[in-house]
Ligand binder design. Structure first.
Ligand code: HSE
Length: 295
């Protein structure tokens, strides 16, 4: 039985819609071995599909099919810590877990690049799948056939404090709220900020991050789908966050906070409780530079 650790991811990073993403130190685990039948178990309380529709299984099976290797069945044990449908890359973690697991079981016939490409093809965009595989901050362009990517390790003590609402928002619904066309002005607004984000994060110019996360392509359309989000943004900035953005397609909201801002998470917790948002979670995370690994 092999065991794989896959990080949660936060995509878009504000303006880098479908292009930027980073990995976080919050993990799902997938154990896998070849078996005579399909057997899927949940190692925790999470309810997961235990039939042929399971995303870890379908991803693994895709790889077996590509390699022309027949597969009788798999035994899969999933530990799903990353909450589903919250904008933290839970489906990418399943896809990457299935692909990497199958690749290892077959003796690594596919290269890392192959898996970056295949995972983006399955998910539809690379900004969660690529950082889940590679770790760090990943800049990626999927040209429809291949992903052109750069992974950069981030050595910062910045904290990524994620505020996770107690409701789901499907990527499908969050994407369907977006306009079909945008103006030239809005395109420029975003591309300049997306570039500013990675350059500022990597060089320590954190005072730029608040400007860098602002965007015109998705957050203005998604924020109305997340009740209380505007209020949480205001609280985060009052508490000294460098930046605040919708993580992936939402509904989770991400605050980037200085390492010395010790009480941010506790104060945010208190503010949410006061507003009767006791079921929302606050988690203090940092960047994972390893990506998916065997453990
Ligand atoms: N870039 C994607 C989106 C991430 O914002 O829809 C969610 O999978």
């Amino acid at each position: 039985m092999i065991k794989i650790q896959i990080p949660a991811t936060s995509a878009n990073l504000g303006a880098g819609f479908d292009a930027l993403g980073l990995a976080l130190n919050f993990y799902n685990y997938v154990e896998m071995e070849e078996n005579d039948t399909l057997e899927i178990l949940s190692a925790d309380d999470t309810t997961i599909p235990t039939d042929e529709n399971n995303l870890v299984y379908t991803s693994a099976k895709t790889l077996y099919d590509i390699c022309g290797k027949s597969l009788k069945g798999l035994k899969i044990i999933q530990e799903n810590n990353i909450p589903m449908t919250r904008g933290l890359g839970s489906s990418s973690a399943c896809i990457v877990g299935g692909l990497v697991g199958a690749n290892i079981l077959m003796g690594n016939p596919l290269s890392l690049d192959d898996i970056v490409n295949l995972s983006a093809e399955i998910e539809g965009h690379p900004d969660n799948t690529a950082p889940a595989l590679l770790g760090g901050i990943v800049t990626a362009v999927f040209d429809g056939q291949a992903v052109h990517w750069v992974k950069q390790e981030v050595h910062t003590a910045l904290k990524f404090v994620v505020i996770i609402p107690n409701f789901e928002l499907s990527t499908e619904k969050a994407r369907s709220s977006l306009p079909k066309e945008v103006s030239h002005r809005d395109a420029v607004y975003n591309l300049s900020r997306a570039s500013l984000f990675s350059a500022s994060l990597l060089t320590g110019k954190y005072e730029n991050l608040r400007t860098a996360v602002d965007d015109k392509l998705h957050q203005p359309y998604r924020l109305p789908l997340i009740p209380h989000a505007d209020e949480v943004f205001k609280i985060a900035y009052t508490l000294g966050a460098y930046a605040m953005y919708v993580s992936g397609a939402g509904p989770s909201l991400m605050a980037i906070v200085d390492e010395e801002n010790n009480f941010f998470a506790g104060k945010m917790r208190f503010a949410l409780d006061q507003r009767n948002l006791k079921l929302w979670q606050v988690k203090e995370l940092s960047i994972d530079n390893h990506g998916t690994i065997l453990v």
